[in-house]
Design a protein around this ligand. Structure first.
Ligand SMILES: [Zn+2]
Length: 407
C-alpha cells in the first residue's frame, strides 16, 4: 500500500527574467522545503519552480529521492485513479503548477492549440516537446502586472491614429478596423526593423500625454521596457499599443486560452497549465530566440478582446466544508485550482477529489490530516495527494495554500 500523501521536493529554473537570489519567491520556497540539496545563490535569477512530472524539471519524493512519476507508475489506481487515467489516457499528472517570480517581462508569447502543437511536435520534437495545448491561469500572490489579450478594437483603432503608428496600418484602409486589420498591425509591428521600432518608440515618447487618452501609461512604460530589453524590441509596440495592461492584486487571477497572446511583466504568481511546455515567442527576447512572425500571427486568437474577459473570478468551492477554500476553474482546461486561506486556528476540510492533487503552502504553519496521518505544513512544503482522499487543513499560523487538481 502506498501512502496517499507524498511530500515532494521541486526545482527552480534560472531564466534571466527571474527575480535574483532571495528576492525570488520561487527560490525561497524551494529553499524552505526541508531535506533538499537546493543551495540558493544570491546572484542567480530564479524564475520558476515546477511542481509536477513534466520530464524537463520533475518533482521528487522527499523521503526517498525517487522521481514522482516512477511512484505514479507503480500505483496508478491509488494515486491517479481510474477516472483521470481514462480521461487522459495516461497515468501522468495532467497539469503543471508553478511558482513564478518575475523581475522583468517574459517573452511575448502564445501557446499553440492542440492541432498546431501536434504538428509542431512531429516536425520539431526538440523544440516542441509534447503534442498538447497549454491553457494557463496565473494567480497573483501580490501585486502582479501583465499584458494579456487584446484591447477592444475601437480602443486600438484610436491609438493607431497617432502619427507615429500610421506606418503599421494596412496601406488600403478598410472602413472597419476589424480583427484582420489588427492582425496586419501586429504582424507589421513584429516584422519592423530595429531602427523602425526605435524611431517609433522615440516618436511616441515625444507626443503630449493627452494624446494617449486613457492609456497614458504607454509613453511612461517605453523607457521601462527599453531598459529591460532594448528600445528596438518589437514586443514593446505590440504589448503597449494592442494588448491589455493589467495591474492585479493578491488573489486576482487571469486565464490565457490556447493561442492567446500574453506577456507577464512583474510579480510573484502561482501559475497552472495543462501538461505542456509548448510556446511560440516573438518579442521581449533576443531575435535568435524568436519563432517565425508568420507562424505566430497565423495562429493568434483574438479573444479575449477586453481586459475584463481576461479575468478568472474565483467561485465557491463545494468540496470546501468550512468555505475557506475558493475555486478557480478555467474553461476548456484539464485542471482546476483551489486556494485555501486560513487565519490562526482556523481549519478547512476538502472532500474527496476523484483524481490527483498537488498542493503548495506559500505562507504560514499548520497541519494536514489525511488517512489517519498528520503532516506538518509550512511555507515551501509541497504534497501530492492521491485520488479519493479527504484532507483536513489546520492553521497554527495564518496559512495560504494552493492546490491544483484534475478529476
Ligand atoms: Zn504562457
Amino acid at each position: 500500500m502506498v501512502e496517499k500523501v507524498i511530500q515532494l521536493k521541486c526545482k527552480c529554473n534560472e531564466y534571466p527574467w527571474g527575480r535574483i537570489g532571495r528576492e525570488s519567491l520561487a527560490a525561497t520556497l524551494c529553499e524552505k522545503t526541508p531535506g533538499t540539496d537546493f543551495k540558493l545563490d544570491e546572484k542567480t535569477p530564479y524564475a520558476e519552480m515546477w511542481m509536477g512530472t513534466y520530464p524537463e524539471l520533475p518533482s521528487y519524493v522527499l523521503s526517498t529521492g525517487e522521481d514522482l512519476q516512477d511512484v505514479l507508475d507503480r500505483h496508478p489506481d491509488e494515486l491517479i485513479g481510474k477516472t483521470v487515467a481514462q480521461k487522459f489516457n495516461h497515468t501522468k499528472l495532467p497539469y503543471l503548477p508553478k511558482v513564478l517570480s518575475i523581475a522583468k517581462a517574459l517573452p511575448l508569447q502564445l501557446h499553440p492549440n492542440k492541432d498546431l502543437a501536434s504538428e509542431l511536435h512531429a516536425k520539431k520534437p526538440d523544440q516542441f516537446t509534447d503534442p498538447n495545448h497549454k491553457p494557463e491561469i496565473a494567480l497573483a500572490l501580490g501585486d502582479f502586472e501583465a499584458f494579456c489579450g487584446f484591447k477592444p478594437l475601437k480602443h486600438i483603432q484610436r491609438l493607431m491614429e497617432l502619427p507615429p503608428l500610421q506606418a503599421f496600418m494596412p496601406r488600403v484602409k478598410k472602413p472597419d478596423f476589424d480583427d484582420q486589420t489588427l492582425k496586419h498591425v501586429v504582424k507589421a509591428m513584429l516584422e519592423a526593423s530595429d531602427d523602425a521600432v526605435r524611431k517609433t518608440n522615440d516618436a511616441l515618447m515625444d507626443l503630449p500625454k493627452e494624446q494617449f487618452g486613457e492609456d497614458t501609461y504607454i509613453p511612461e512604460m517605453i523607457p521601462r521596457l527599453s531598459k529591460q530589453y532594448d528600445k528596438s524590441d518589437n514586443g514593446t509596440l505590440v504589448a503597449l499599443v494592442t494588448m491589455n495592461y493589467l495591474q492585479l492584486k493578491k488573489g486576482d487571477s487571469i486565464y490565457i486560452p490556447a493561442d492567446g497572446i500574453h506577456a507577464y511583466l512583474s510579480g510573484d504568481i502561482i501559475e497552472c497549465m495543462a501538461r505542456s511546455n509548448n510556446v511560440l515567442n516573438t518579442g521581449f527576447c533576443p531575435r535568435a530566440d524568436r519563432d517565425s512572425v508568420d507562424m505566430f500571427t497565423s495562429c493568434l486568437t483574438f479573444t479575449p478582446h477586453d481586459a475584463k474577459e481576461c479575468m478568472l473570478p474565483s467561485e465557491s468551492f463545494k468540496k470546501s466544508k468550512n468555505g475557506k477554500s475558493k475555486l478557480y476553474a478555467p474553461p476548456l482546461s484539464e485542471f482546476n485550482m483551489y486556494a485555501t486561506s486560513l487565519a490562526d486556528g482556523e481549519s478547512d476540510t476538502i472532500g474527496k477529489i476523484d483524481g490527483p492533487s498537488v498542493m503548495i503552502v506559500t505562507e504560514g504553519e499548520g497541519t494536514l490530516t489525511a488517512d489517519g496521518k498528520e503532516y506538518k505544513l509550512s511555507a515551501g512544503y509541497i504534497f501530492l495527494i492521491g485520488q479519493g482522499t479527504e484532507i483536513e487543513l489546520k492553521a497554527s499560523k495564518a496559512l495560504e495554500a494552493f492546490t491544483a487538481f484534475a478529476e
